[in-house]
Design a protein around this ligand. Sequence first.
Ligand SMILES: NC(=O)c1ccc[n+]([C@@H]2O[C@H](COP(=O)([O-])OP(=O)(O)OC[C@H]3O[C@@H](n4cnc5c(N)ncnc54)[C@H](O)[C@@H]3O)[C@@H](O)[C@H]2O)c1
Length: 440
Amino acid sequence: MIRICMVGTGYVGLVSGACMADFGHRVTCVDINQERIDSLVRGGIPFYEPGLDRLVLKNVEEERLFFTTSLAEGIHQADVVFIAVQTPMSKTGEADLQFVMKVGEEIGALLDDYKVIVTKSTVPVGTNRKLKQVIQSKLKKPVDFDMASNPEFLREGSSIEDFMRPDRVVIGVETPRSEELMREIYRPLYLLDTPMVRTGIETAELVKYASNSFLAVKISFINEIARLAEAVGADVSDVAKAMGLDKRIGSKFLHAGLGFGGSCLPKDTNAIVHIAQEAGTEMRTVKAAIGVNEALPERALAKAERLTGGLEGKTVGLLGLAFKPNTDDIRSAASIPLVDGLLARGCRIQAHDPAAVPNFKQFYPDLEYCKSPYHACQDADIAILVTEWNQYRQLDLGNLREIMAGNAFLDCRNVYDRPHLEKYGFLYDCFGRAAHTSDV
Ligand SMILES: NC(=O)c1ccc[n+]([C@@H]2O[C@H](COP(=O)([O-])OP(=O)(O)OC[C@H]3O[C@@H](n4cnc5c(N)ncnc54)[C@H](O)[C@@H]3O)[C@@H](O)[C@H]2O)c1
């Protein structure tokens, strides 16, 4: 059993902490957000994540998982300290490291015996070295400690499964002692034959950015093929299916639509562009992927204009606000530029999302939020499917068509088939499968 301190109880910190406790370790989760910690102590989960409530409860009851706002309490009981605080995108595009560095200063001031300090937050190459200096500068007495990089690859919405059954675990370490502790933490995964990639620290830092950037490039690539498919009368879904069957390519992340959003891909692609710039080189493919992605909401708006004969003053039934299904996260969600564009055109927006409404409301208090997709589409001129939640995949289309004022349906995630929708009298458009009725 390893004693772990997890700093930050966001998506990554809380899921990692709960899973590590479930592996059998003793985990103390620390957060500066008093309200969040109070709620966790009472059994409340601060965000929507399937299965997390049960996992947290089980490990709290079995006395392996603890919550506190006191970093001192967390650190003094730990062999390994994970930093899992946010690294948001700054105004200029690079990763904002103020939260990570602040934790580093605090750790330095509290360190009194050997520990491994691990960055789980996604941090630019070189951050661990800088963090080590920050910690050293705050030490009250000479203390031996090691740095390690252990990037996290979990996906919101399926994070527990991702953490418990990862494709690989990457550990960037510098000493045998820290390697041994890191391997011990993940030992339960050896039974599943999970590949453990042991690297140097800079390499581990880069693996995370390279992986996310590759996924972003893949998504933007298929979105470019979608545009081409529309222009030449091909179907991007069939193209993607056939491409994906090639084992060298793979079928994942080949879905045309509104592109990538969320708290990772947009910020990590921008960050790697900056990392490359600072290193005197360039990430041309990633820059292109960002450009393709950023243009997609505008494309959706142009399609909606065309379907409705002009959006000015129209009522829009918006289905989905979260950046993807099974999460309430709206960070860099495509719904945001879409809503901005619709509001700029004087549209009335009736929105529905199974989980993300409270988060969206904080930024857009004046939209009309509805309790079901049908309420959202009541008297609407157009329905726009933004997030492919399961409950939007089997809509009662006859009912929908009847309650709507108009007959336009924009399917931004290619969930439905054109002939099926047309059978119900809808004027339908989607991305990359629309050669006959769309030339946008
Ligand atoms: N969200 C994901 O799907 C995901 C996946 C892989 C990697 N990551 C990376 O993991 C990191 C964390 O992401 P997240 O989505 O969990 O962030 P988050 O914003 O959900 O959570 C961060 C938490 O850290 C806390 N915090 C900030 N400063 C603190 C301090 N000084 N002491 C204690 N707690 C502090 C905040 O209060 C918050 O609860 C980021 O670098 C992100 O890029 C995220």
